[in-house]
Design a protein around this ligand. Sequence first.
Ligand code: TXA
Ligand code: MG
Length: 322
Amino acid sequence: MQTQIGTDINMAIAYLKQGEVVAIPTETVYGLAGNALDEEAVLNIYEAKQRPRFNPLILHVSSFDKFSLYARNIPEHCRKLAEKFSPGPLTFLLLKQDSVPDLVTAGSEKVAIRIPSHPVTLSLLQELDFPLAAPSANPFGYVSPVTAQHVYDGLQGRIPYILDGGPCSVGMESTIIGFDNDEIILYRHGAIPLESIEEVTGRPVRQLVQHVQIDTPGQLKSHYAPHIPLWVGDIDSLMQVHHGKKMAVISFSKRYTYPEPAYQFVLSPSADFHEAARNLFKVLREIDSLDADIILAERFPEVGLGRAINDRLQRAQAVFKS
Ligand code: TXA
Ligand code: MG
C-alpha cells in the first residue's frame, strides 16, 4: 500500500467512509482514525498499529451533543468540564451505549470520548455521520507522533492517507478522567493538569494512574519508548552512574557542561511547561536517531504539566527495566 501525505479533507472522508484507516491531526498528537461504528474499520486500526486488542480506543466526536449517542448517565461534572475544556485535550471515560462496538472498548462497559481541538479534524468530524476511533498514530509501544512526517516514518505502507494539519500545538496526549458517583478519577496524566480539573469541579481528583493493570488507561509499560535506553532522575547523579557511556541529555531549561551541545536537548529555555510538553516527543525521536548509548532525562517538578511529562519519561524508562 502506498501512503500519501496531503491536506485533502475530501480524500480523508472518502477513505474513512470505505472503512479505511486515515491518520488525522489533533492538538495533542496525530491519531490513527477509523469509523468507530464499523468493526472492520476498527480491526484495521488495531492491525495498522499492531496494537493488542485488549487496549481500547478513544472515540472522537465534533460536539458535546454527540456524547449522549455513545455514552449514558453523563454526570454533571462531565458537562461542566466539557464546557470548560472541550474541544480540547480532555478525555472522558463514561458508561457506553450499545451503539459502540465492544471492539472499541475492548469489552469494557465504559467508553473514552473526547472532542479534539484541531480545525481540520473538527471540520472532518462534522462531515461524517459516525465518530472516529483513534489511538495515537504510532506503531504500538513507540513515541507518539506530533507531525505528519512522524506518522509516515512509523506507518508508511500500512495506511493509505495521512491528513496533514501541521505540527501538533499541544504535543502531549489528552488527560483521561472518569467518574465514580461524585468522585473524579484521573486515569492518565495529560495536557490538562489535574489542578485545573480540581479548580473547575471544586473536587479533589483521585489518581488511579499508578496501578499496573493491563486494562487501565495508558498503563502498558512499553509506551512512549525510544530505542535507546532512557533513565530519568537527577542528571548529575545519573551522569556519575553512567560515566563512560555516550550520553544524550534531556533537560527542562538548564544547559550542562557535558556532553557536547549536539547531545543536549533543552525542552524549554524559558522553563515553560507548555513549550516543554510540545517538544518532548519530537526530541525523543531526534535523540533516537543519534549514536548515543543512553538518554538521561531530568525529572520535572511534579506539578501541572510536569506530571504528564514525568509520566511519559517514566514509561520510556520502564521498558528497559522490566
Ligand atoms: O490525545 C489523545 O488522547 C490521543 C489523540 C489521538 O486523541 N489519543 C491517544 O490514544 O492517546 P491512545 O490509544 O494512544 O491512548 C488512549 C488510552 C489508552 O491507554 C487506552 O487504554 C485508554 O486510553 N482507553 C481508551 N478507551 C478506554 C476505555 N474504554 N477504558 C479504559 N481505558 C481506555
Ligand atoms: Mg498512544
